[in-house]
Design a protein around this ligand. Structure first.
Ligand code: RFL
Length: 399
């Protein structure tokens, strides 16, 4: 087996294949330290924890992660909290930084004797329609290499070689929510004991705990504006305004360790299997980060793929591989649907976005008022309807 990418999908898959006695190599474009320090997700679903537990990979999560089950919505009408861990199926998230999960999975994989090539970029997948697919790659010293296997798993994300190697009949669904976030990592303790979603006329602001020392914040951002266009002082002042710190208490400020721009777009590749090439994780589908689903889907798909590949390679049973794509897509579309709902809940219409809006004319203005009205109504329903709250909780923690 050749696995492309050492993110959560590729590393979990590598671990499960090795545990089943299947020889595999992971090709990873980045260096080991880059992979182990790349801060992204933090909210892991209970199903992700169950998968890790099932395979003896949850030690770090249990030792250092903590449970989380509350979110707080702030609007001009006030604030309200949803203890989603007590609603729906009664399940909570784990807060555990993705880079820690990746470090755990990598250590475990190496302990099992797993092979991984860092600083090795896969360039293309060849002959996926046959039984001897291969991957061309560039070694750290620039030398080209070719890796041949029975199957290739494309876990190399949205811009990886697997996606570039898809046949012309692969369908790529793309949707742009029309919203951009400035994602921030602040060296500061969390400011509230809940995920904070602030809906403000000036645009969305979000607060998510990561560790006792580091907190993630988001600001809805005008697309096209550079991430460093504002000083740290201005960023914190704007977070204060949108999080309504004057009414609900100050934010703990600290140096901004990282700034990144994320267009809230989503993509789904259909199908996820093309002969001997199988996609998992962000390579298969990209979700806007509004509902914290991407890493959780990556873990779910990696386990499903590992089971199907193990059946195929150890018993010659390809039933699971045959249904892999459809089974994953059912989860992917459900996650996309909820993420789209969250995105519409959290943002003013794109035309009236951060920094004053750039819509023009009476129609645009009427449109944005209409969207704002719908948004207020969605929030009111979430605040008052137990059925709506149960639906939210079930989808928010589920994958
Ligand atoms: P990854 O983690 O991107 O790993 C892919 C790996 O492939 C390598 N690669 C290549 N290697 C070899 N050859 C090539 N040609 C290659 N091209 C790429 C890359 O270097 C990389 O190491 O994909 P994977 O494994 O599918 O995992 C997906 C998750 O990383 C992603 O969905 C999540 O981070 C999304 N996400 C969140 N998901 C959650 O479930 N909960 C969250 O709280 C959450 N928060 C987030 C997030 C994503 C964010 N960003 C980056 C938009 C917060 C943020 C800010």
């Amino acid at each position: 087996m050749v696995v492309l990418g050492a993110g959560p999908a590729g590393l979990l898959l590598g671990n499960l294949l090795l545990a089943a006695g299947i020889d595999c190599v992971i090709l990873e474009r980045a260096s080991r330290s880059h992979v182990e320090n790349r801060a992204r997700a933090g909210f892991l679903a209970p199903n992700t924890a169950r998968i890790l537990e099932r395979h003896g990979l949850a030690d770090g999560l249990h030792r250092y992660g903590h449970r989380h089950g509350t979110c707080e919505f702030r609007t001009r009408e006030g604030r309200f909290r949803l203890d989603y861990g007590l609603l729906g199926q009664g399940e909570q998230h784990y807060v555990y930084p993705q880079q820690n999960l990746v470090t755990d999975l990598l250590r475990h994989y190496l302990d099992l004797g797993g092979r991984i090539r860092f600083d090795t970029e896969a360039l293309a997948v060849h002959d996926a329609d046959g039984t001897r697919p291969s991957v061309t790659a560039r070694e750290p010293d620039g030398r080209p290499t070719r890796w041949t296997a029975r199957y290739v798993a494309g876990c190399d994300g949205r811009h990886g070689a697997a996606r570039r190697s898809l046949p012309p009949d692969a369908v790529r669904h793309h949707h742009d929510h029309g919203v951009t976030w400035l994602g921030l990592l602040a060296e500061a303790p969390p400011s509230l004991d809940a995920v904070g979603y602030a809906l403000h006329e000036r645009g969305f602001a979000g607060h998510m705990a990561r560790t006792p020392e580091v907190t993630r914040y988001y600001l809805q951002w005008r697309r096209g504006t550079a991430a460093d266009a504002w000083s740290e002082q201005r960023v914190w002042d704007e977070l204060d305004v949108r999080m309504r710190a004057e009414d609900h208490g100050p934010l703990h400020r600290g140096p901004l360790l990282e700034r990144g721009l994320f267009d809230l777009t989503c993509e789904v590749i259909e199908p996820l299997r093309h002969g001997s090439l199988l996609l998992a994780g962000d390579a298969a589908s990209l979700l806007a980060p509004a509902a914290a689903k991407g890493a959780n889907l990556a873990v779910l798909e990696a386990e499903m793929l590992a089971t199907a590949l193990t059946d195929a390679l150890t018993r010659g049973d390809t039933t699971g591989l045959g249904t892999y794509s459809d089974r994953c897509l059912a989860h992917i579309w459900r996650a996309q649907e909820f993420t789209g709902w969250m995105t519409r809940l959290l943002h003013a219409a794109p035309d009236a976005d951060a920094n004053g809006g750039h819509g023009t004319g009476a129609d645009a203005l009427a449109g944005s008022f209409f969207q704002a009205g719908l948004r207020r109504s969605r929030i009111a329903s979430l605040r008052t309807s137990r059925i709506h709250q149960d639906w939210f909780a079930e989808n928010y923690v589920g994958v």
